[in-house]
Design a protein around this ligand. Structure first.
Ligand SMILES: [Zn+2]
Length: 362
């Protein structure tokens, strides 16, 4: 009799552990796909998980998720929530998990990948030179075993409504521009964010750079790089100075994605630092221009390997706001022009070239 009870007990344990394992296995952790802040509202989106009751979002001002605030989101299909009245000066670390209620018992998935929606630190170097910094960009952390701990800022060019009507200083010290470009040589101020060009088929450069940035983000995350995504939507209120300040403070590399205004599909190139003594002696260009070139050259090499067409020598020297304020390796890459293809396959090729280039930087 005793033996039978023991056998039953063992069986019960096995069955219950099987049920437990199944319940846990059935609850896949969702992937947090998008987060950004428009003024004081943070939007968080994730992938739907089938068969769950709902989701729980948690956020903390601490990287290790200490003292988190939790938000319950009922319903399997509700894969989006908002954090209202956010403190726009603080960084919000955010995760999501799925939960399921069965016979009154709640089981939960693991927490998802982590993201950080950035606040604006007005004391950061050069922050006072920015005029537009209402919104918040987001860092996506690579969570795979191949995580490198390296953060790449992916800056989808343009996409700041009204940005062309506001002026910011071209150089941190207020000195005049040494080359022409979208702003004339000698100018001390330039559009905070210009509108960008329009493709021959009518689509805006800003729309294409956003799609490309999303593709680059996915590729870099898969390769183990954290990604600071400046823009996740058609509009973000962050000017070129603000974008550069964020990259300086939170990233190891800054890549701005652009398309040139030519219309012969001439190929990709990066904007190099003009060979001008005054400019190359200016802070922070003096300390960093060689690093910008190294990053640009690595990207060209990655593009070549991925089969992306390169224009001429692959570089053009211009005095840019981005370069003038960058304290980390930083380049503007013109990946094509108004006549270039921008279908999914083409953007994927460019994103592969970008990841391939970054990997060359050791
Ligand atoms: Zn552009």
């Amino acid at each position: 009799m005793k033996r039978r009870i023991t056998t039953l007990l063992v069986l019960a344990i096995i069955i219950s552990s099987v049920t437990w394992t199944k319940a846990r296995a059935a609850l896949t952790a969702p992937t947090l796909t998008q987060a950004y802040r428009k003024s004081d509202t943070i939007t968080v989106k994730w992938e739907k998980i089938s068969g769950v009751t709902g989701y729980q979002v948690r956020y903390s001002f601490d990287e290790d998720m200490a003292e988190p605030v939790k938000i319950k989101v009922k319903g399997r299909k509700n894969n989006k929530t908002a954090i209202e009245k956010a403190d726009t000066t603080k960084n919000y670390f955010i995760q999501v998990r799925a939960y399921k209620v069965t016979d009154g018992k709640t089981t939960v998935s693991r927490w998802s990948n982590k993201v950080c929606v950035l606040g604006w630190d007005k004391t950061a170097e050069y922050a006072k030179n920015s005029k537009i910094h209402e919104d918040g960009a987001c860092i996506y952390y690579a969570s795979g075993k191949n995580a490198t701990g390296i953060t790449v800022c992916v800056n989808a060019g343009h996409g700041t409504a009204g940005g062309n009507k506001v002026k910011t200083l071209c150089h941190p010290d207020g000195s005049p521009k040494v080359t022409g470009g979208s702003t004339a040589k000698g100018a001390k101020e330039a559009a905070a964010v210009s509108s960008g060009t329009t493709f021959l088929d009518g689509i805006t450069e800003a729309a294409v750079t956003l799609e490309l940035a999303k593709a680059v983000k996915e590729k870099l995350l898969a390769e183990g790089y954290n990604v600071l995504m400046i823009r996740s939507t058609s509009d973000i209120q962050l000017d070129n100075v603000a974008r550069t300040v964020l990259a300086n403070n939170y990233a190891d590399y800054h890549i701005a994605l652009h398309y040139d205004s030519s219309e012969n599909d001439k190929g990709a190139f990066y904007i190099s630092v003009p060979d001008n003594k005054t400019y190359r002696n200016m802070n922070p260009v003096s300390e960093n221009y060689k690093k910008h070139h190294k990053l640009g050259d690595a990207l060209l090499s990655g593009f070549r390997e991925a089969g992306v067409k390169i224009w001429s020598s692959g570089k053009m020297a211009l005095d840019l706001t981005q370069t003038s304020y960058s304290t980390i390796p930083s380049v503007d890459v013109e990946v094509g022009d108004r006549a270039s293809a921008h279908d999914e396959k083409t953007l994927k090729k460019i994103s592969e070239g970008t990841a391939c280039g970054i990997k060359k930087l050791k």
